[in-house]
Design a protein around this ligand. Structure first.
Ligand SMILES: NC(=O)C1=CN([C@@H]2O[C@H](COP(=O)(O)OP(=O)(O)OC[C@H]3O[C@@H](n4cnc5c(N)ncnc54)[C@H](OP(=O)(O)O)[C@@H]3O)[C@@H](O)[C@H]2O)C=CC1
Ligand SMILES: CC(C)(CO)C(=O)C(=O)O
Length: 315
């Protein structure tokens, strides 16, 4: 890859499943000398990274990785060329607000949360930086703070088209590091299709305490899942995004890509008595449906079951 004369800098904010995966890929790949990579972390993750670096496991590969710089979240002052946002959805806006030093009007910002509107929520806090709608196809979890295990998925990033052409070096670097990239004008459709899967299956599996395999083998659960997806399709259409019944069938078929015992991360959170990304995956679906005159009654029903489970497991 040819770099321009000016050096380039990349910050990853949030070093969990997604941030750790990308950090490990970028740092263990064939990185040109002019590219600096920094981690922005907090609490136990920060301590572990400072002491031991990032421990990353994928299949047979087990590596320990040290970025060029590790910064404490909330204590950042130098703007970067690219900032990857990899916190969970509920903490996204706060993380951005408390790290405004990372951004300038020359920065490209890539939020990777499972949300349909992450970019628009943070745009006013990033000092005129360009923010791309984006998502990542991956299964990668924190084993303990600072230690990340990649379980599956290519880590492919799908993003909207940047307004300027200045960022090709970054997308080439990702590709060269083994992270596939697709830039598309249809990013809203991609985000909604992903959300269709993550939100409906996450809520269903959390509400009934079932693995993906159990869902697949139960006609009754599949019927419940369809009802949730129909409510999302209606909401997407009200939002001007043309999800179709075919998207719903494709989403159903995605279950075959997962091992029988797979669980959604939302279900794992609920089983720990945590809300996890409930605000985005469930509460806002109900609220936004209401705002456009739809009644997401099936989401409301699973919401009650999930609330009871959080109370039960949280005791
Ligand atoms: N994991 C996956 O395979 C996939 C996840 N996603 C989505 O990507 C997003 C991230 O998920 P995931 O990586 O699993 O989440 P994790 O919880 O594993 O990682 C989030 C990390 O962000 C850190 N963080 C939160 N707030 C801040 C802050 N203010 N400053 C610095 N660090 C912060 C957390 O630290 P702390 O522990 O201190 O809170 C944690 O280390 C979610 O929206 C998820 O739905 C999408 C596709 C796949
Ligand atoms: C479905 C899965 C495990 C993989 O994309 C996921 O990301 C989630 O549950 O949030």
């Amino acid at each position: 890859m040819n770099l321009e004369k000016k050096d380039k800098s990349i910050a990853i904010l949030g070093l969990g499943g997604v941030g750790g995966f990308l950090g490990a890929k970028l740092l263990s790949g064939d990185r040109p000398a002019g590219v600096e990579i920094s981690f922005v972390a907090r609490r136990k993750t920060l301590e572990f990274l400072q002491e031991k670096g990032l421990e990353f496991e994928s299949g047979e590969q087990k590596i320990s990785i040290h970025p060029d710089r590790i910064q404490e979240s909330g204590n950042t002052s130098v703007p970067f060329d690219v900032v990857i946002l990899a916190t969970k959805a509920p903490g996204l806006v706060t993380a951005v607000q408390e790290n405004q030093g990372l951004f300038s009007d020359k920065t490209l910002v890539i939020p990777l949360q499972n949300m349909v509107d992450a970019a628009s929520r943070i745009r006013s806090f990033v000092k005129g930086a360009e923010v791309l709608d984006a998502c990542i196809y991956l299964i990668s979890n924190v084993v303990r703070p600072g230690r990340v295990k990649h379980l599956g998925g290519p880590g492919k990033i799908v993003a909207g088209l940047p307004l300027q052409n200045d960022y090709q070096w970054f997308f080439s670097l990702l590709e060269d590091s083994g992270v596939p990239v697709k830039l598309t004008p249809d990013i809203q459709l991609h985000l909604w299709r992903k959300f269709l899967f993550i939100s409906s299956l996450g809520c269903l599996s959390a509400a009934f305490g079932v693995s993906f395999g159990q869902v697949k083998s139960s006609p009754q659960l599949i019927a419940e899942w369809r009802k949730l997806m129909q409510e999302l399709v209606a909401l997407a259409r009200a939002d001007g995004v043309g999800l179709t019944d075919e998207d719903l069938e494709v989403t159903l078929s995605l279950l075959s890509n997962f091992p029988y015992g797979s669980k959604s991360s939302f279900q794992l959170d609920v089983e720990q008595g945590n809300e996890g990304e409930k605000a985005i995956l469930l509460d806002e679906v109900i609220e936004k449906s209401w705002q456009v005159g739809l009644r997401a009654v099936n989401y409301q029903s699973v919401g009650e079951l999930i609330e009871a489970k959080i109370q039960e497991y949280g005791k």
